[in-house]
Design a protein around this ligand. Structure first.
Ligand code: ADP
Ligand code: MG
Length: 730
């Protein structure tokens, strides 16, 4: 057995079970060792039967309920007991009332007897026999006949053998795919000796200074802690590991940027005239952000800046100002965006904004490559007018290139790159960002490195942004253009659905347009989520038959998508039924209602983005939120959408309710959630682990300052390489 042994070849594992593990991203033994428990049940105190007491039973209580927070020990320590007892009798009987099978046992220790009961697990009589010594963990209750334990966890007490399911701090894994806790625990226990073979890459001086466990011990204790103290120590070490690896990379990037020169982009007077000529007045926050960026571009060191701003706060124009200034200095800019729809929209908008300049703008997506300018290419002696410009022609001839990640997937050599902007950067993984950065380093740009600006509407609190992305500079647009009205948001109960429809009809009659947002494309998923196509059919046939309805989802051909988008912009479509593909993109100021179905399926940050599709003009706008669960937690989350004053407050709220992992997750095109960027890398660390983040950062700075290439830390160096390799392969 090795760290690299596939799960299917481990003991007693069938193909089916191995496949279930695979769905959790666990393919080999090593992956399993890094599949950490998300909490623990404290079954460590073994009680004598005559000391047992009855504890009042709280509502909604459940042994494996998800009330406890990530990586925490269950709070209900006191209401759960463990006993070690021999089985005296055990048998199955049929319940007279329902058709359930009840397994009843009588068990005893040297001090007394107690009844144990399980429902619908008749096989237990085959596993547990009279005379067996067993640990039982669970809740004690009393009925007419005395004390009893209902559905306790059980585990044979074998001489000299450590228990793993009872009588200790028991790890609880976020099991899905029908894997049981017992299966996971059993397997992890089985492969635990392999922890000895894992390279401990953390520098010795750090371990010594922070009094950390070795990796082997940390991994052993995180799964099967001897006690709470050791568990805490294990967590500290493993959290540190994750955060430290991020910080090392951030510091390396910083060093790299410091070493490199960037083209100096001078401020040009034309920018002033351009801003004057805009159809609107820039907000103060926009002016400030633009000014910070322009000043930063004048330096000869590459800019590394994040522009954060609410949805609809007008980041595009700020980016456009920067790109215009770069053009006026005779350098190229790239604007990279996550979706084709958004790329086209930016292309249209920016071509319009810059129409008075002699500036060449190219669009590059998987399906479309074009320019705002017809090139005349001389091919030998013939003049050939190219309709569909090819990639390298566009790249060589454009001053501004707008595109999706097609921009980085092909072998592209840029000519004279001065600025890279990534829009909606949270949608890109860190790997894509790095790829772009490294690729541009090898430009024909005479050892010059372009300036770098990323933009996001996903609210990342400042402290987190700095912790995650290191010492980058931040510009924040914290206000919306003046004439905007606050969007009126309502969580609508199913019985009021008709009212919402009536309201929408009225809005359309006033000339407004409507978005209806649904989570998935097909109704194949068993969660009963609204499918966008069925919803579209339903609305068309039964509800809004007098209006024009459009359909938009990720599986449409790009030409079709573009047609729908154009028709919506021209108000040839009254209602656009769509999946989350419009999360970023479609700027249609005339739209006044955003109706969201199945809202529980989306993260708060994402809902916030959807809502930001309306309220982009002087018209009063509305957001109607429908959800299909009545869970309290969901209600609480959606409520936050009503109360939070801005996206930052909302982010804090989401952080509180769901934890950081989910804050930046989004639903991918297959409908499952995925995390983006660095966060997918954090398994145990939380963004709220401020002191560990600080420690990790200090150490990373120290080490990179002394030894930027990590020559004296070969194991660490190899670990970083390995991470970057796996990230690139994705
Ligand atoms: P986001 O920050 O979400 O990317 P956009 O850049 O798409 O926002 O801008 C949203 C809308 O607001 C666009 O229609 C844009 O033309 C408009 N806009 C931008 N700045 C202003 C402003 N200062 N005053 C009025 N409208 C503006
Ligand atoms: Mg935008």
């Amino acid at each position: 057995m090795f760290l690299s042994t596939p799960i299917a070849q481990l003991t007693k594992i069938g193909k089916i079970t191995a496949n279930k593990f695979k769905k959790l991203g666990i393919e080999k033994a090593e992956d399993l060792l890094f599949y950490f428990p998300f909490r623990y049940d404290d079954f460590s105190q073994v009680s004598l039967i005559n000391n047992l007491q009855i504890y009042p039973i709280k509502k909604n209580e459940n042994l494996y309920s998800s009330h406890a927070q990530k990586n925490e020990i269950s709070n209900e320590i006191n209401s759960i007991v463990t006993i070690k007892a021999s089985i005296e009798l055990i048998s199955n009987k049929r319940s007279p009332i329902k058709k359930t099978i009840i397994t009843e046992g009588l068990v005893s220790d040297q001090t007394g007897k107690i009844k144990v009961i399980w429902f619908n697990q008749p096989f237990l009589t085959k596993i547990l026999k009279p005379g067996d010594k067993i640990y039982f963990s669970g809740k004690v209750e009393s009925d007419f006949y005395g004390l009893q334990m209902i559905n306790p966890s059980y585990e044979k007490a074998l001489w000299k053998k450590e228990t793993i399911h009872t009588g200790r701090l028991v790890p609880i894994y976020s099991a899905t795919e029908n894997l049981t806790q017992k299966q996971i625990r059993f397997l992890i226990k089985f492969i635990l000796p392999l922890t000895k073979e894992i390279q401990d890459w953390l520098p010795k001086e750090i371990k010594k200074d922070l009094d950390f466990f070795d990796l082997t011990e940390a991994l052993t204790q995180i799964h099967f802690p001897n006690d709470k103290k050791k568990l805490e120590k294990a967590k500290e070490r493993l959290k540190f590991d994750e955060l430290f690896l991020i910080q090392i990379q951030t510091q390396q990037l910083k060093k790299f940027l410091e070493k490199n020169k960037a083209p100096k982009i001078d401020f040009k007077e034309e920018i002033k005239n351009f801003v004057q000529s805009l159809p609107f007045k820039l907000t103060d926050a926009q002016k400030k952000a633009a000014w910070q960026i322009l000043k930063n571009l004048q330096k000869e060191q590459p800019m590394n800046r994040l522009l954060e701003g609410e949805v609809g706060s007008g980041k595009t124009i700020v980016a456009t100002i920067a790109m215009l200034n770069v053009f006026l200095n005779n350098y190229q800019s790239i604007l990279m965006v996550p979706t084709e729809i958004l790329a086209k929209q930016h292309f249209d908008n920016i071509c319009e904004l810059l129409k008075n300049f002699d500036i060449k703008i190219g669009l590059i997506t998987k399906n479309e490559k074009k320019m705002n300018y017809k090139l005349r290419i001389t091919n030998h002696n013939k003049n050939i007018k190219l309709k569909n410009h090819n990639l390298s022609l566009i790249i060589h001839n454009s001053n501004i290139i707008i595109g999706t990640h097609s921009l980085i997937q092909e072998k592209i050599k840029f000519k004279n790159l001065g600025l890279i902007i990534i829009d909606e950067q949270h949608r890109f993984g860190v790997e894509q960002r790095n790829k772009l950065k490294s690729q541009t380093n090898s430009l024909g740009n005479k050892q010059m490195f372009p300036h770098f600006l990323s933009m996001t509407a996903t609210p990342i609190p400042r402290s987190l942004a700095l912790a995650l992305y290191g010492d980058l500079d931040l510009s924040i647009i914290n206000e919306l253009p003046e004439q905007r009205k606050k969007i009126i948001t309502k969580i609508v109960d199913q019985q009021n659905r008709q009212l919402a429809y009536d309201f929408i009809k009225n809005e359309i009659k006033k000339g407004r347009q409507i978005f209806v947002l649904c989570p998935l494309i097909n109704e194949s998923d068993k969660l009963g989520v609204k499918s966008v196509t069925t919803e579209y059919e339903k609305l068309k046939k039964d509800i809004f038959f007098e209006f024009k309805i459009g359909l938009m989802h990720g599986r449409l051909k790009s030409k079709e998508k573009e047609k729908v988008r154009q028709n919506f912009l021209k108000n040839k479509i009254n209602i656009l039924v769509s999946t989350s593909v419009i999360e970023v993109g479609i700027d249609c100021p005339n739209a006044s209602v955003m109706m969201i179905e199945g809202a529980e399926r989306f993260g708060l940050a994402q809902l916030y983005q959807f809502r930001g599709r309306v309220g982009r003009s002087e018209h009063q706008s509305y957001c109607f939120v429908f959800s299909e669960t009545s869970s309290v937690k969901t209600k609480e989350r959606l409520q936050a959408l009503l109360t939070a004053k801005n996206s930052f407050e909302l982010a804090e709220k989401d952080l509180e309710i769901r934890g950081p992992g989910e804050l930046y997750s989004s639903i991918n095109k297959y409908g499952s959630t995925q995390q983006s960027g660095y966060l997918s890398f954090l398994k145990i660390a939380r963004l709220t682990d401020y002191s560990i983040i600080q420690n990790a950062k200090n150490w990373a700075i120290k080490i990179i300052n002394q030894d930027p290439e990590l020559e004296n830390y070969p194991k660490l160096k190899e670990k970083i390489k390995k991470i970057q390799r796996t990230i690139c392969l994705e």
